[in-house]
Design a protein around this ligand. Structure first.
Ligand SMILES: Nc1ncnc2c1ncn2[C@@H]1O[C@H](COP(=O)(O)OP(=O)(O)OP(=O)(O)O)[C@@H](O)[C@H]1O
Ligand SMILES: [Mg+2]
Length: 253
């Protein structure tokens, strides 16, 4: 049973459909890249999955449960596209990460001690243990992004959805975060990663789904490393792309 099953999903803003009839399934433990040009609907699609924007049509199931009835949000980690964790009331890195533990706390299951430990562990994973008590608006952009990743990790999710999580993060930290996510994949966590770049996680991806203009135009093999594309013998047709051009494949204009 897929951890995520999106069927015929349509999302509209002000009457304009920006996600149009998307089918997308993610199996347990599978790592899937969601790609496509700016404005192709990637963030909107995953906001719909996270329950942050309503569907105009279609269905979303999480862990076999219709999203409407789904209450087990701690099983889902969500890293939004960079919006500034600091917006609104200033809070410390530890406070932002502890928001991820809210679902656990509301259920009253783990003790506060367990929450504090999970928060400390997640901050440590992203290399911010020393910044736990810093106000997030005093952190750099890349550090704020790492706080959002720590927040998503804090509930030990079984599905980790990340929207361009390493934009603005330096190469060394990107590699460190990729290792953190790879560990979660090894532990059986499924990943849906919105990305433009073939970063350090590329070789861990099982599949890539490419959106263009709100529709899926590719669902299959992840893109090959640049070196292979540059190979003079490389054919610019892909086994799953129905003979589309590279531009079609990438959703470019
Ligand atoms: N809150 C909103 N209200 C109205 N239109 C929106 C809103 N959010 C996004 N859109 C529009 O929906 C379309 C898809 O946007 P979306 O953010 O999903 O694209 P994206 O694929 O994530 O792009 P990027 O790579 O730039 O992050 C765009 O045309 C955008 O202008
Ligand atoms: Mg986006």
């Amino acid at each position: 049973m897929p951890v995520l099953n999106v069927h015929g999903a349509t999302v509209s803003y002000g009457g304009r459909a920006v996600v149009r009839g998307v089918d997308l399934a993610v199996a347990p433990g599978e790592a899937v890249a969601l790609m496509g040009a700016n404005g192709s609907g990637k963030s909107t699609l995953i906001k719909a999955v996270a329950g942050l924007v309503p569907l105009a049509g279609g269905t979303i199931e999480l862990f076999g449960t219709a999203q409407k009835r789904f209450r087990d949000w701690k099983r889902v980690g969500y890293v939004p596209q960079r919006t500034g964790a600091a917006s609104g009331v200033p809070s410390t890195a530890a406070e932002v990460v502890s928001q991820g533990r809210l679902a656990h706390r509301l259920l009253g299951m783990p003790s506060r001690r367990a929450d504090r430990d999970a928060v400390a562990r997640s901050l440590d994973e992203v290399g911010l243990a020393d910044h736990a008590h810093c106000s997030v608006d005093t952190l750099s952009g890349g550090q704020q992004q790492r706080v959002l990743i720590a927040r998503a990790l804090a509930t030990d999710p079984e599905l980790l959805i990340m929207d361009e999580p390493t934009v603005g993060v330096d190469a060394e930290t990107q590699a460190a975060l990729a290792a953190v996510v790879a560990d979660r994949i090894d532990a059986g966590c499924a990943v849906l990663l919105v990305t433009h770049e073939l970063g350090p996680l590329t070789d861990r991806l099982d599949r890539a789904v490419v959106l263009a203009d709100g529709r899926v135009v590719h669902d299959g093999e992840p893109p090959r490393p640049v070196g292979e594309h540059a190979d003079p013998g490389h054919q610019h047709s892909h086994p799953h792309s129905n003979g589309q051009t590279a531009e079609d494949f990438w959703g470019g204009k």
